[in-house]
Design a protein around this ligand. Structure first.
Ligand code: FEO
Ligand code: CA
Ligand code: CA
Length: 737
């Protein structure tokens, strides 16, 4: 999500909320220093550009039957990043390099079941539990054979699993969203537009991927789907509700942001900004323990005797039935254990959620052991037979942390193709250890186990009394052990051959050289704080443009890692000493990296933006990069007047290692990416185009801030819609070459 957040109540972007008041320390000294990106252009690009990476020459794969009588023509030499960089643009369309095509499928509202009416796109459509949801985010590719079996090598038929992070209420209803009390008909649409979709796609006779509308694999998991609570917190007293008196089940997965794919072929999706979906009444604090009030505050649901925590969409006002009442997480019943109300419903959200896409009737499970966070996405380290599996995760809010799950079970290669996929999930995701990261100034880091046996947790004033509490109040346990506050950890992914992890830090408006109040001091891993002026008038402060941290574990279970900063986002013309540290140029400058994914076929690293700083110049974008290796750069000292911070940088970018590949439509976020195994098709998701459109302008499509994707030929109506984009190369080659 980005700056445009339509809402029915006074809603604050949860990513920009900082509930981390822990005193975790940072190195460095304090000095006020600000600078304007367009006012101070000291050094420009800098003199010493790093040495170029040698472009990797590869023989094109694929090809056709050749005539045996004469020598076959020389195969074209494939060059990674061989395309011409796309220019920054505010055009309301898909902009791809010459020689590529982008085509839209699976837009919000497109039918996913036979008999569902075509989408009218005028705010009168219903049946969203059988249509694509809204606000597409993470996407993963699950191959299918011609006979409909799992086939990890299939590039012609697959299931695409997409997250639907939130909604754009303005365009979902004929005249925009009604105020509280919300009509049940509108709440039903909005709840069903959340969650996850599994949609079959297959190549047609022309070789183009099309949606298989009547596929038995198609599935919607929504904000009301029944889900099992699994793992070490299952059955905890804090999971007891009127729906599940034994605390083993809940309903709905909400605010599904990024996602990941397990080594055994399931989806691991996330719950990010779930907390704000729940109403908590003024005065509820008097009916809760000190401990629970501390937890509510740490996750953004604090109330006082006179101030309620209002819900994001007001669904709890839509009726008295449980479908709506469950969004009021206040004590309203008289029971001692919460079995007569939904006071604990909020504690059943915020987890990693495993879904088997190959079975539309399979049970969905929340894996509580991986902690309760603002989960952005998940990435497995490269599996090693006989070693535990490691799962890496970021908690995306200001000044939150990076986490790692290490399975108790050692990896057995045969599990990769096991038929009982959810049981394999039980094996690796329900028993293990949870760690949080501390980034040290010397380029090392520590994984600190979140365990009751850690004296800092056992002795914390919060009063942890059982390990399960650590999985529910995870942020508080991480505070206690001195984890490093990061600049909003977003997507993490693993390099397919080096095994190094790359994690985006999208931006942090509270990062400062001279903090006041709750602002956070610059440190080695989050070294930048500056002032950026957008559109000549809007001043933004902190780490405005974000960066990408890279780290390496020598084994999945190690508690020691090494790190550097792979790339710093910046505008090309900004100060080379403090802002444009990676030497970005017009062909590759970017701001607010969010989505990040490797394509194993090429080894390229794809970087996607969700930005509110550079959007006066360009819509959000997708860049392709040839990553190096950790430590390929050098230490870099940022001098802020009389104080300084030394970070560890990767090599600077060059036009041979980083290029802008795609720019999305107006008012969108570019997020989520997956490829066919042959590397010749890439799917990306476009979230909330045109979400700056005003309700008052709904009658006049010329006033919509975007008309995408109807303006590129997809679907009826001109209201903007989130959708999936299919990218192919005209010569049939691999994407990014
Ligand atoms: Fe949903 Fe942190 O982006
Ligand atoms: Ca994101
Ligand atoms: Ca974001």
């Amino acid at each position: 999500m980005n700056a445009h957040l339509p809402t029915t109540t006074g809603f604050v972007d949860p990513d920009d909320q900082d509930t981390n008041t822990s005193p975790n320390t940072h190195f460095g000294e304090v000095l006020a220093q600000g600078l304007s990106r367009r006012g101070v252009l000291r050094g420009g690009l800098g003199g010493a550009m790093a040495a170029l990476f040698a472009p990797i020459g590869l023989t094109a794969c694929g090809g056709s039957d050749s005539t045996p009588a004469s020598p076959p023509p020389a195969a074209p030499v494939e060059k990674l990043l061989g395309f011409t960089a796309v220019a920054k643009t505010l055009a309301d369309t898909n902009t791809v390099p010459s020689g590529y095509k982008a085509r839209v499928i699976l837009a919000c509202g497109d039918p996913l079941a036979a008999g569902v009416p075509a989408y009218k796109n005028d705010g009168t459509d219903t049946n969203y539990a059988q249509r694509m949801g809204d606000c597409h985010d993470g996407i993963q590719y699950f191959g299918l054979s011609a006979t409909g079996q799992r086939d990890d090598n299939s590039s012609s038929r697959a299931l695409l699993a997409s997250n639907h992070e939130y909604i754009t209420p303005v365009v979902l209803h004929a005249n925009g969203p009604s105020p509280n009390p919300r009509p049940a008909s509108q709440a039903d649409i909005e709840i069903d537009c959340h969650g996850v979709s599994v949609a079959e796609v297959a190549k047609d006779a022309a070789g183009l991927f099309q949606v298989v509308v009547n596929s038995p694999f198609n599935r919607r998991i929504t904000g009301s789907t029944e889900i099992e609570l699994s793992g070490p917190a299952r059955g905890n007293a804090l999971f007891v509700t009127r729906f599940s008196p034994n605390g083993t089940r809940t309903r709905g997965t909400l605010n599904n942001c990024g996602n990941g794919k397990t080594p055994w072929g399931t989806l691991l999706t996330t719950e990010e900004n779930w907390s704000g979906y729940y109403f908590r009444a003024a005065g509820d604090q008097a009916r809760r323990s000190t401990k629970l009030n501390a937890s509510f505050a740490r996750y953004g649901r604090n109330v006082t005797a006179t101030t309620a925590a209002n819900s994001r969409y007001g669904w709890e006002t839509a009726g008295t039935g449980d479908a709506y009442a469950r969004f009021n997480t206040s004590v309203v019943g008289s029971s001692a254990d919460g079995s007569d109300d939904f006071r604990h419903e909020w504690f059943t959200q915020g987890y990693m959620v495993e879904i088997d896409p190959y079975s539309a009737s399979s049970t969905v499970k929340k894996r509580t052991g991986l902690g309760r966070l603002a989960h952005e996405n998940s990435a497995f380290g490269l599996p090693q037979a006989g070693k535990p599996l490691a799962v890496y995760m970021g908690c995306d809010s200001q000044n939150e942390y990076v986490y790692k799950w290490v399975s108790a079970a050692n990896w057995t290669a045969a599990d990769a193709q096991a038929a009982n996929r959810m049981a394999i999930g039980d094996k690796y995701l329900d028993s293990g250890k949870l760690y949080v990261a501390r980034f040290n100034a010397d380029g090392t880091g520590d994984w600190i186990e979140l365990s009751l046996s850690n004296a800092a947790i056992a002795g914390a004033s919060f009063g942890f009394t059982e390990q399960a509490e650590i999985y529910i109040h995870t942020r508080i346990a991480a505070d206690a052990v001195g984890a490093t506050k990061m600049d909003r950890p977003e997507w993490v992914d693993v390099h397919p051959t080096t095994g190094e992890l790359y994690i985006t830090m999208t931006n942090n408006s509270s990062r400062r050289v001279a903090p006041t109040g709750t602002q956070t001091l610059v440190d080695a891993a989050n070294p930048r704080a500056y002032v950026d002026v957008r559109s000549g008038t809007v001043t933004q402060s902190g780490n405005v443009n974000g960066h990408i941290v890279r780290f390496k574990d020598t084994s999945p279970e190690t508690t020691r890692f090494t790190w550097d900063v792979y790339l710093f986002g910046a505008e090309a013309g900004s100060d080379g000493a403090l802002v444009n540290l990676s030497g970005l140029t017009a062909d590759n400058d970017f701001s607010s990296p969010d989505g990040l994914a490797f394509t194993p076929s090429t080894g390229l690293c794809w970087i996607q933006t969700d930005d509110g700083a550079f959007t006066d110049v360009t819509n959000c974008m997708l860049l392709a990069s040839i990553p190096g290796t950790l430590g390929d750069g050098a230490a870099k000292t940022l001098s802020y007047g009389t104080t300084s911070v030394t970070t560890r940088m990767g090599k600077k970018a060059t036009s041979d290692t980083l290029k802008r590949f795609y720019v999305g439509p107006y008012d969108c976020e570019v997020t989520g990416l997956c490829e066919t195994p042959d590397g010749k098709t890439v799917f990306i998701n476009i979230q909330h185009p045109g979400d700056g459109t005003a309700v008052a302008d709904l009658a006049d499509p010329t006033k919509y801030t975007s008309q995408w994707p109807s303006n590129v030929g997809h679907g009826a109506g001109k209201r903007p819609r989130s959708a999936t984009v299919v990218i192919t190369k005209d010569d049939g080659g691999r994407i990014g070459t």
